[in-house]
Design a protein around this ligand. Structure first.
Ligand code: ADP
Ligand code: MG
Length: 345
């Protein structure tokens, strides 16, 4: 009898592990295949080409009732550039593939491409191709981004060692809070279409959800200082999931200190309005597109003195010590991969 296994039994990461088992690498030029933020290809002369792809689906990743198409176009590019940044790569080109239902007008697609063009300018990349297809329902947008780095400077998820400083860029949790605000406004609007939802004092968190930025600025600053993280990942799924990826691939434990987690002042106000605990949102919320990385103590000192937009949130340790959050009360709580879905239910 044939068996049927539900996808939910494997989960996204279990499924990717299973698929990657079938991906035999035959080309010597494939330096890194599945398993990091992007693939790394030998481009000759010690150079590498870095390549990544991400797909956004209407109804799953975005809701056009509150996400302007121009912002969506910008975001679709930014999330890919973010994966290149996570490899310490400089972005160069993108391709854009669309599935469009007849619900969309030419003007709507123009608006989407206005956002894509803005992102190309902001990240200094060229749109060099793509594909266009009809879709039965809704909008699908898939972007591939290509970047470059020297082979010996690419940063993988696997390079951290015990006793290093764990860092993040910017602040965390705002994108998830922005989504809560947008969903609440939508529900209120559907219940009472005459009311005008107010975004007063909430524009920062909403902006973080609708128009995230990739932190290529930090990569340029680190490069200027001659500092290379030992391991790095971008924060797309929430800090917990990303810490566990670095831990698994670098074979080190992590201690993260709750009282150091960077939160924008507006995020703490909105979190308390929604009766949400900031640490929980940061660990499980996702979509901040900040960078999580590890630095040697000496490199961290240099970065701190240079005043980059970076916060130290913890330390790496022996693998057997595992991954924990040290709460404000001083308790060590094991970090588990709650992930997006579990959090949403
Ligand atoms: P990220 O969140 O950084 O975009 P993902 O979690 O989406 O990374 O993917 C992790 C790794 O698995 C990446 O190397 C990605 O290229 C690979 N991957 C994801 N989906 C597939 C798939 N359907 N087939 C092959 N590789 C995949
Ligand atoms: Mg990533």
């Amino acid at each position: 009898m044939s068996t049927r296994t539900e996808l939910s039994a494997l989960g996204e990461f279990g499924l990717i592990d299973r698929l990657s088992a079938t991906a035999t690498l035959r080309q010597p030029s494939t330096l890194r295949g599945i398993g990091d933020d992007a693939a790394v290809l030998d481009a000759g002369n010690g150079q590498a080409t870095i390549i990544t792809t991400d797909m956004l689906l209407e109804g799953i990743h975005f809701d056009l009732s509150y996400c302007p198409l121009a912002h969506l176009g910008y975001k679709a590019v930014a999330v890919n550039v973010s994966d290149l940044a996570a490899m310490y790569a400089i972005p160069q080109q993108i391709t854009v593939s669309l599935g469009i239902s007849n619900r969309f007008s030419v003007e709507a697609i123009d608006e989407l491409y206005t956002g894509i063009a803005q992102a190309c300018q902001a990240y200094n990349v060229d749109l060099v191709g793509g594909d266009t297809s009809a879709s039965r329902q809704g909008l699908i947008i898939s972007v591939t981004a290509i970047g470059t780095a020297r082979q010996d400077e690419v940063v993988y998820r696997s390079g951290a060692a015990p006793g290093e400083v764990v860092c993040v860029t910017g602040d965390l949790g705002a994108a998830y809070l922005g989504l809560q605000v947008l969903e609440q406004n939508k529900a209120e609007y559907l219940a009472n279409p005459s009311m005008q939802p107010s975004l007063e004092n909430r524009s920062y968190v909403v902006g973080r959800q609708l128009k995230p930025e990739a932190r290529t600025d930090i990569i340029h600053e680190l490069r200027q200082l001659g500092i290379r993280p030992t391991a790095m990942i971008d924060i797309s799924d929430g800090l917990a999931s990303e810490v566990l990826h670095l831990s698994r691939q670098s074979k080190v434990g992590f201690a993260i200190y709750e009282n150091t987690l960077p939160l924008d002042p507006q995020s703490s106000i909105v979190a308390s309005d929604f009766h949400l605990v900031p640490a929980t949102i940061i660990l499980s919320g996702g979509e901040d597109y900040e960078l999580l990385f590890t630095l040697t103590q000496t490199d961290y000192e240099q970065v701190r003195k240079a005043g980059l937009d970076i916060t130290a949130i913890g330390i790496t340790r022996a693998p057997l010590e595992g991954c924990v959050l040290i709460t404000k009360a001083g308790q060590a709580v094991e970090i588990t991969a709650q992930g997006w879905q579990a959090f949403k239910d």
